[in-house]
Each structure stands twice: as C-alpha cells, then as structure tokens.
Write a protein of this length. Sequence first.
Lengths: 1068, 428
Amino acid sequence: MTRRAKMLVTVLTGLTVVGQSPARAQDTNAVLSVSLPAPWRAPTARGLLAKAARLELADAPLPTALDALMRSAQVHVAFSASLLPAEHRVSCRCAQVSVSDALDSLLAGLAYRWSEAKGQIVVEPVAAKPVAVVPAAAAAAAELAATVTGVITDSASQRPLAAAQVSVVGTRIGTLTGDDGRYTLPGVPAGRVSISVRRLGYAPAQRDVQVADGASATLDFALAEVRRTLSEVVVTGTAGATTRREIGNSISSVNMDALANQSTPRVDDVIGGRVPGATIMRNAGAAGAGSSVRVRGINSLTQGNRPLIYVDGVRLFSEALPISNQGQSSSPLNDIDPNDIDRIEIIKGAAATTLYGTEASNGVLQIFTKSGVGGKKTVWEGRLTQGTSILPQIGPDESDAFLERYGQKAKGLFMDAWVRNGHNQDYNLSVKSSTVGPNGMNYFLSGGWGNEEGVLPEQSASTATLRGNLGFQPTNKLNVRFNNAWTGRDIRWIPGGWNANSLTLNVMRGPFDYTQDRDSVFLTQFLTKENQNHFINGVTLTLTPTANLSAKVVAGLDYLDSDYASTADFGSLLVPDGSRTERRFRNLNKQIDLQATYSRRFGASLTTATSAGFQFFDAQLLNITGTSSRFAGPGSPTLNTGSQQNVTEDRLRVVNAGYFLQELIGIADRLFITAGARIDGNSAFGSGFGLQTYPKVSASYILSEHSFWPKAIEEAKLRVAYGVSGKAPGYFDALRTWTPISANEGSPGVSPRTLGNPNIGPERSSEFEGGFEAGALGGRLTVDLSVYKQRTDDALLRVPQDPSKGFVDAQIQNVGTIENRGFEISLRGVPFQRGQTSWEIGMTASGNKSKMADLGASPNFFVGQDLAPGLWVKEGYAVPGYWGPKLQNPDAIGAPVTKEEYFGPVFPTRLMALSTTLNLRRGLSASALAEFQGGHYSLSHTAWRNVQRRVWPPCFGVVQKIEQTGANSLTARERYDCGPTTTSYGAYISKSDFWRLRSVAVNWELPRALTRSGGVWNLTLAGRNLLTSTDYIGLDPEISQNGDGFTRWEYYQTPIPRSFSLSVRTTF
Amino acid sequence: MTTYLTPLISSRHGRGLARSTRVVLLAGSVLAASACDVTNPGQILDENLNNVAALPILVTGMAGDFQLALRDIGWNNAVLTGDLSGTSAYLSRQRHWAGHPEPEDADEYNSIYRARWVAENGIERMRTVLGSAFDTSPLVAQAYMWAGFSDRLLGETMCQAVIDGGPALPRMEYFQRAESAFTNAIRVAEAAGAAAAATRLASYGGRASVRLIQGNWAGAVSDAGTVPTTFEFASKFSPTSLREQNQIFGENRVRVNLSAKYTWFDAYSLTVADPRVVIGVDPRLTVSADGVSPHRIQQKFNDLGADIVLTRGAEMRLIEAENEIVNGDWQLGLTKLNAVRTAAGVPARTAASKEEALVALKAERAVVLWLEARRGGDLLRWGGDPTKDAVLVAMTAAAPGGLPLAGRSICMPFSQTLLSTNPNLQGQ
C-alpha cells in the first residue's frame, strides 16, 4: 500500500493494575491536532462526551480514527461511514483528552456535529455536503502560488508546539505543525488572508497576512495555554484512567515538561514544594544521601511512613537503604533519572489509596516514564550539565577571641580547611520514535551518567542509568509495553555524623575529640564504598476486546542490590588491629496485577463503570552483614583477613495478595459516585487474623455545569471522599521467637527475641477528605483546596514489656490511635500575558497536625536514645514530639531551674512554596522556587556537645568569664545555655522553621540562526539551595542523623550546600 | 441516510461477564487467603526448644544473656561505684558519675532481668524435657549456676527486687534466690560428676559470696574453703559480635568515654605496682571525650574479648580473711589477706588494729574485684554509706569541681520500663 494508514492506538481508559497499581504507564501530555476549526464543538462536555480518551493517530482514515476512539473511550460512536469523507485523513496525538475534545479535533473542518443520545454518541452531518479538507500536499498541486510559513510556540515557555492545526480561513487549505513547531501552507490565494491556529489546551488564534502571487509570507503564532484541569486524565488511585471531574479525592500531578528548563537533578527535587502536603526534607548535604519523604504527616510509629513508589506500574522497594557510616542512606526514589520522567502522580491518604490495600496508608507516588509517542519522526535529546557545590560557612560566626584561642583553623567550626567545592557533572542522551499501524512499535531509549562530588574530601556519588521502553500493538485489541531500567550507583561515604569514627564529629569538636586532632585518619585509614544496582522491569498487556470492556495485566519485578564495604586499616589510630564490614543488601519485589473494567450506560443520564482486580505481591529481602577484625597485617583486606569474623543474615519474605471491586456511577454528568473495597491477605498478619477489608466511597460534583454558575469560572468541582487503607506488621511480630546468638566464645545459643502476638493485624487508616477545584479566566487562574481528617486505628505500637518477665523487647500490639488533620492549597495564576511575554506565579501551602490520640495499653514512651534525648511519643501530643528541660529562672544568678516541658513536633506542621516563572522575548525565561517548612523542632547535638567542650562560638564569652572569674556570677540563662557542665539539651532544642530558595533557573533558547543543526538548543543556568533564612540554632534546620528515620536530630551532619549548574540541552 | 451501529456488548455478553467476575472473585479470596502462608527463616520458634537436642543451645543462651547483662551493666556500674570516671558527654554516664542515676538510666540494666528469667524459665523447660535425667544433668547444673549469678548481679546492682512482674521486694530477695540456685547447682553438679566439676566450684564460689552478703559467715567460709586459690570462673567475652564485646574496654580504650583518671584506683596504681590494677596512657589519646579530662586507660581488660571473672580463689581467700578480721583473729585475717597479695606479687599491707585491718581488707577487695560489677555488694553490706567508702570519697574529691558525696546512690532504681509496665510498682 502506497498510502498505507499508519496508526497507533493506545487504549487505556478503564484499566487499572489490580489493587496495587492502577497504572497507565503510557500516558503522556495532551497533544491533539487535525485540520481546520470545528464549528460544532459542544461548549461544555458532559456524560459520554466527557469520558477520557487516548489516541495516537498519524495520517489515519477518519473512519478508522473514530473506531479507535470508540475502543479508547469505551463509548459507542454511531456514524454513517458512507457520509464520511473516507479519504479524509487525520492525525491525533491525544494522550489525555475527553471524547468531546477528540471529536472536536477529528471532525474539525467538517460539517458534522455530534451529540449524545440513547447511550451512544451520534455523529451526523449538518450540511448537505461536507467540506472536505484538502491536505497540504494536495493544495500544493493547485494553481494558487503564494506560500505562508511560520512557527507555532507556547507563549509561556516559547517551546515549539507540534501538531498544531493551521489553516487558511474560508478555504480548505490546512496543515499540521511538525515537532519543531513549523508549518508551511502552500497554494494560498493572493491577497489578504486570515490564518487560524488551533491546538488542544491552547486558546485559538487568528491573524491576517497579506500575500502576493508567487510570494512567501511568514506568520508566527504564540499560543496561550488554556488549562482545563477537570479534563485531565489520571490513573493513580482509580480503577482505570479517569478524568479529574469524576474523582472524589485529591490527586496531585507534576508534569516534567513544565520543569524542562529548571534544575531538578533528583526526583525528590521535583516533588519538593510542588505537591501540597508532601514534605521533602534533605537529611544531609552528603552526595548520594536520600531525603525523607512524608505525605500528610506521620501515621505509623513502627511500620515506616514513606509512601509507596510505583514506576510505570511496578512497585519499588520504597524504604531507604540501610544506613551508612556517614549516618545517611540513599533513596531508591532517586534511582529514576528525572530526564526519563514524563509525569508524577501523587495520592496522599487513605481516602485515595484504598485500592492499593495494605501498605498504602502513607500515600502512593507513581512515576510515569516517557514513551516513544513523539510522532513519526525520531527525536533525539541530549543534555550536558556541569556544576559545583559550595558550602560557604558551617556553624555560627566566630568571635575574634575564639579565633585567637584556637587559631584560624577554627573557622567554620574547624571545618574550613576540610571543605571543598564539589564538581558535579551529568550527561544524558535519549531517543524516541514510533511507527504506527496495526503492527506499529514505539520506543524510548535513554542513557545517562553523572557524578556528584561531595563538599567533603573523598566523598562522592556517581550514577549511571539506562532505560528502554518499548511498546507495540500485535493486534488492534492488544497493546503490549515493556519498561526496563537499570540504575547503577557508586557512593564513596566518609565516616560522619553520630559515629566515634566520624570526620565531622571529630573535626567540629576542635581539639576536644577522640583523635586529638589527628582527623585526617578518617580519610587515610578508613574507606567506605557502596555499590548499588537497581533493575526495574515491567510488562503491561492491555486488552480491549470490546468498546465497553478492557483488561490489563502488569507483571513487575524490582530488584535492588547494595554492596556496602567499610574498612579501617590495620594500624589505624582508633582500630589498631583493623576491621572490615561487608554488607550485601538485596530486595526483590515480584508482582502480578490483573484488572478489568466494564462500562455501561443506562438511559440518558446514568453511566456506570464496574472494575475488579487481583494483585499478588511478593517481597523478598536479604541482608547479610559480615564483620572481620584483628587483621593479620596490612594490605587490602577482605572478610577473610581478620582472625575474628562474624556474620548476620536476615532473609525475610512478605506476601500480600488481595482483590478489589469498584463501581463508578455518573449521574447527569454532574455527580460522580465511586464505591469500592479492597480485600487483602498478608503473610505478616497473625494466625488469628483473617482477610482485611478496606472500603472506600467518594463523590464529585461539577458545580460549573449549572447555569447559575458564573461564566468567568469555567470549571468548578466539589469533592468528598472517605477511604480506608492499612499497613502490615513486621515479619516476626506475630510469632514468639528466640534468636540465635553466639556465646561462650563462639558457641551457639539462643536468646528471647519476640514475645509474639497471634492476634496482630494491620494498622487501619481511615480518612475523610473534602475539597474544591476551580479554574477561571481561561485557565489563567486555578485553585485546588483540600481538607482532611485521618485516623489510624489499631496503630501498631511497641508496647513495652515488663523485663522481669523475660522478654525485654516490646511487644507489637494493635492498640494505638493516631490522628492527622490538615489542609492543602494549590494556587496558580498568570497575572500577565502578552505575546511571548508572560508571568506565572504559583503557591502551594499545607498544614498538618498530628496527634497521638490514644496509646491504649502503652505508657508514654521514649523514642530517642541515650545520646538522643528529648524524643517522646505522648498521648495528646504530636507524633513524635520534643520534650526537654526548659529554663524557669533565666535572670537569676545561680543554678538553672528547669521544668520538663513540651517543645513541639519533630516534623514540619506548615509547608509553603512560592514559585514564579517569567517568560520573555527572544527565548529567555527565568523561574524560581522558594520553600518554607515550619512548626517543628530539632535538637542540635552539634551545638550542645560543643558547648560541653567549650568550642561553641556563641558561648565562648561565657567560657572566658568562667575562666577569668569563675561561674558564681553567671546567670541561670548563661549556665543553661553555655556552661560546659551546666548546659542542658533543652537549650538546644530549637525551632526549625526555615525559608530556603530551592531553585533559581535562567533559560535561553538559542535563536535558530545560531544553531546549524536545526535542532532546538537551550542553555540553562541554575542554582539550588541558594539562600536560607532561619533562626535555627544549629548547623542546618533540614539535616538529621539516621537519614529517613522516625525521629530527627542533628548530629554533626554535613549541611546542605549551595549548588550551581550550567546545562546545555538540545532536541533534534 | 445515517446508520447507527449497534452496541458492541450484548446482554448475553454481560451475563457471561458477571459469571466470570464471580469466579474471579472467588478465586481471589482463596488466593488471598492461601498465598500468604510464609515462614521466614532465621528465628527459632519457642516450641522448637522443647527437646533434648536443643538444651545445650538453651544453656549456652543463658551464659550469653548473662554475659550481655554483665556487658551492659559493667561499664555503667563502674562509674556509679567509682571504678572509673564518666568523662564523656553521655547523659546517663554523667548521672551515674554524679551518683544520681534516673530510672531511664536503669533501662540499660534490663538485660539482667532477662538473664535471670531465661535461666529460671529454662530450668523449668529442662525439667519437663529431661524428666528423670534432670537431677543428674550437667546442663541443669549450669542453668542453676547462671540463675545464681544472675540473681547475685541483680542484688549487687539494684536497690530493690522484683520477680516475674510481682511487687517490689527487698534487695536481699535476690541473694536468697541466688543462694538457692547455687545450692541446686551444687547438688546437680555433684550428681553429674566430673562433667560438672567447674560448675560445682563456680557455684560454691558464687554461694560463698551471696552468703557473705547475707551475713552467713559460717556458710560463706565453708563454701569458700571448697574453692582452690588458683580457681577462676569467668563470663566469656569475645570481639566477634557486638553483644559479646567487653564494653569497658570499648568505652575506655576505643572511644575514650570512660577514664581511670580521678579514681582511687588511679592513685593506687601510681603508688603500687600491682599487676591487678594497671593504668596507663596512650600518647595518641590523652584527652577523654569530654574534651577536658586527662584520659587514663585501665589495662585490666586489654581487648574487646577480655573475660570478666565471676568467682575466683583469691576472693574466697579474702572471705576467709574478712571472717577472721570481723569475727576472730584480725591479725590472722591480715595474714590471709597478704597471702593474696603475695600471690599477686605485690607488697603486703600493714595494720595496727582490727579497724585498720578491715580498711585494708576493703581496699584489697576493691583491687581484686575492680571493674567486675561487684563493689555494689560490698557497699551494701558495709552499710551503704558512700561517705565511708574510700573509693567513692577519693573519686568524688578528685573529680573536676568535685562531686557531691552525701546522698549519693550506690545502687540502681527500678528502670523506667519496669515502672511503666509493672502495675505492682506504681508509686515507686
């Protein structure tokens, strides 16, 4: 066939990975275009017309396109093939559109109209003879001689817009723009003509141009984006792809396209400040250290609080890796290269996560990577980044007297001489392409390498990534997609944080440390390396046997391996005989998700979608740690080198199997009610515990459908949702066990481990959520508000046991109740927009109040350690909270009188982020994001312990007073704050509020004249963490020992450095 | 003419789908319930210990749990009783050093409760498993012995007793239980014969020590007499795993958190070349972790695997000496005392009176039992007054700025966990 139609149809509506992963990995941004305007477009889509559709068509016959639309949206479209122009060919890159929008585009320029009747959509002619579109090539054959060319761009980002529909008004001449946004209209009649441009998601534009016979004219357009947020299709937390208008719970999404010109080197950088209710805390400035991620507060004391992470439907190991001797660990979340990401969806609480079942009560974060749906052309993209990290000052400023005492080396808490400017580099190359048709294929291939030098010597992290996403359609009812990725990471840790062999601890304590100022031993006598490999593999089969029925199967495998080795040399200062620790950590997740959705319509105003699914999830964890000491001599050791060897092995498996049912009912296209339940079994449940049922119900109501609603506010939705989710107990919590030990110099023995609890079950989090979403002024103003109240019943607490009864370890019991309540606000506005110049501002804000509502049988309990005081879980207070001795007699001369009092929560209770983007002419744009976290407290051990050693600069005046005149004349405040023997940790529990300028980026898209290749070139100068405003008393309000733990305290961690980068990005 | 296509799904198809859905859900329930039967390796179920083959590891576990308790208590208690100084930033050690440990500090002592329970619970398990062989089993003798040493360690460190979640009892309860356990250990060990010889001697030594605390001089001397001067029985430590490591060495030598500086023993080591109390310095690590205290290193334990003696012939000879000083011929007692010193290769002590002989005896016991978590027992039976204890008087006077002596505690309160979990202890 010379004009063989090429078509790629991706049919995803109504599909959800059973229970755990209602994923639709193929989603991309909405891009839709065909020829000529559509005169019959319904003003507001509703009912079947509002259903979600997903099409990828290129030059397909119109009847074929309508058939694809039926399968995609699971609606029946009735039309007469004989009345359609069979030769009319259309293209449609419609990733997230409604049926109405799709028809708008497919039938644009044709004298057809469509309406909903009797449970189907009817397409019929409105004129006796439809006006056929003449493809540009055909028009070129005509005898008219003028040509109009130009470029269509986004007025905000100035990025070229592909697949925009350009036509000459009043004629049949039209065409589509290419990936570079360019168009050519040949055969334009001489004289003054009007050129019209339309593209989904943008306001249409029309301008006149004067052309002469045989001449050419250039006419560029910058289209203004018009957001229709309620038409956006989302998949996370729903049974199948669903438009926002149908969803009763809050869902946040981050589109990476919008961040292409900003600095987001890691996934947690992408989320931070952009998702209300999500708290991202950088735990340290060390290269390779992961962040803490919390969504809507803390709802578990014992089972972790990280959200589940999915990538293209495959569930990742979502916890942080084991801790390093730098007091930090890396996060699997950052194993995904942001360059490979298309978008991220986040659902935040039990009201939304019910279908994910056990383990999902902390929210679900789903990452969708790119696919090869960029059109017929092969698109390459390359990015090169060079940058540096700078740590200008550690700790408070020193007085002259302090420097006089300890010398210039005391600057920056004695760290100045140790800090360096780290060199950061990153390279990424990707290619994507697609061929269309029944046997068409699409692919996205990507590879990258980057290296981040820490600001401390020898410390670094390098990361290599490979990704291959492949999709094909063996039949027109089956779509197959493979997503495969590998991430390799090499981290060189140096001893740091809370560790006697810590460089930072020993240096910052000046002469009063464990090494007596021989601190270089931590670089020369200790070597710690971690090598990680992370494979994420998934295959998704999408079957659409009929327009009403769809099914999906996802098989996923997530394999994470970490090889950690730490060696203290033979003859080293603190470990003279040498020692080595070797840890192999491996986690393998296997999953199979099955899901089917059946959609029906009853009468004119009632629609239903029935979904069911099953999921099997199997997690196997292996952690083998070998230690070896007493080396026979110097050299490069292995575990065999030491005469004393020991090994521990944890080999743990958890299986979760469950299924769900869900019914979505739409009434009059205004009210959407969803009800469902998930039923789970889990291998960690006690023997006396059966299956768990998690119900959910939600509703959304479209206010803007009413005639009384002000037209200036085009979209408005009220929503309310209630749902239950859970979290399983630990591997051995149900069993009474003894643990093997070594005793009597190597003989085997046993010791009591867990008391066991045969009635143990999951924590159950129930959440009520309400919200309001609206869009106004052509999408230039959008608002999304949510309030929620969450209650975790049967919270698993470590109920301390009477040690005189033998089992010292606490028993895990379902006895507690934790409450979280809060609000979330997301605002976006475009206060100025003219031509290529626009100014966009955004704000996210959230508040969270957590409370330990009931401790059941458990008393208030301490969650710190001997070296980490002040951390408690107490009934009626935040989870966890800081408590400590507060000074009662600050002005008295004499000993401090203190009283144990509550300071505040450990985790932030208030978050806010302000963002702005300024688009100027000539390809210039600038953006910035500032973030506030507040309402929480941290204990600066660095300050407190340096006070005890007389080397905390702000206290040096008191130290001098004591040396000169003794302590008798000191006030209680001076003694409490600065007395080396009288200070209290209460003095260093400090409010940790901070504003931080997270990112600033200036981007310049090079003029075409400067680029010979014809591609699009961008230069981006970016900075991160440039400014911080805080009254926090210690090193940095954001850092914490132990990485992503349940508690937080600062203990000689590396502060967050400033970083600068220059990137070159090209697309061709 | 417009043609409308018929819906693609017929009602027949719908009924078939409904049936299929029911089948899928039924299968889902079965799978969800059955697919989750997983047993993880690595831990031993309680019922698996109820057989003869498991008893050796059960008894080794008793030794291990006692050793862990001694590890946890040893370095803390050394600071409370003045064996070492708490020259670190550890809050708990600071309170120990000041003589005012809090209940939360006592949580580090909880492992000794477990050790006692493991031994006593294990004895009952063994009684069931062994049947008639119970009374002649060397393993049973060991179990009784570990119960005895656990009770003794509890009595020598804790201010009050509590047994299996019961009410608070006088501290002496532990010594009574220890004596009973040692008595059973001796009985079974003697029945077991040569295989339990060391257990028998260690139990005699243990019983002698607890009889001494209870004022049973005759019994103590009688038991002591069965233990040869050269005999030693120790809790085994090892550098192999963290729980087996000698924490006194770790905190004094590796992490410089405890110093021998300011102690009576430091002064003694500077005047007497006694191999039992050797204190030195590492020229590379001369300042303790508090940043100001000179770091002095005990050299009784010179590696992480250094064992801690639980009973020895020298202690028995001192019991005999003390009995003479207190109840008989004080000069003979002094002679017996000096025999111990002579055996250690150090000069004899002198005394001009019974009182001076007793002072010498107390000092000698301090030297022999240094860093073995035993001084609490001596402080108890000598009246519990810290102002009359030469070791504490010297240490509190030498500490920077001085430490208060009056009101100083010589034992540990109930732990925070005990207080919060045992309703019988409310209000303590």
